[in-house]
Design a protein around this ligand. Structure first.
Ligand SMILES: [Zn+2]
Length: 105
């Protein structure tokens, strides 16, 4: 009976943390939900409060409000203050994604 350490003691807590994060991502606490309605009740389709357009995914919906030329298209009826707010949120998210890529390099 030899105790060979093949499994890292760090692996289990990390896996648990990832599982918890996944649960949090599914909750509707995102700021985007303040400007749209959950159409299907599962957070996958968002109906815009301003132009009634249905956008797939909360992230894409945020881009819609920010006026990005995504496949959803920019929102025509969003108030300027909301538009600027989401422009900032989308820019920050993009920056964070870029930083993550650099870190992983
Ligand atoms: Zn809209």
């Amino acid at each position: 009976m030899s105790s060979s350490k093949t499994t890292s003691p760090v692996a289990a807590p990390i896996r648990r943390a990832l599982a918890t994060r996944k649960k949090v991502a599914g909750s509707r606490t995102d700021i985007g939900w303040q400007h749209g309605t959950d159409v299907l009740g599962n957070g996958k389709k968002v109906k815009c409060k301003y132009c009634s357009k249905i956008v797939t995914g909360i992230f894409r919906f945020k881009r819609h409000l920010a006026g990005n030329r995504d496949d959803a298209g920019p929102c025509a009826s969003v108030p300027d203050d909301v538009k600027y707010l989401f422009m900032k949120i989308v820019a920050e998210a993009d920056e964070l994604a870029m930083k993550k890529t650099i870190d992983g390099h």
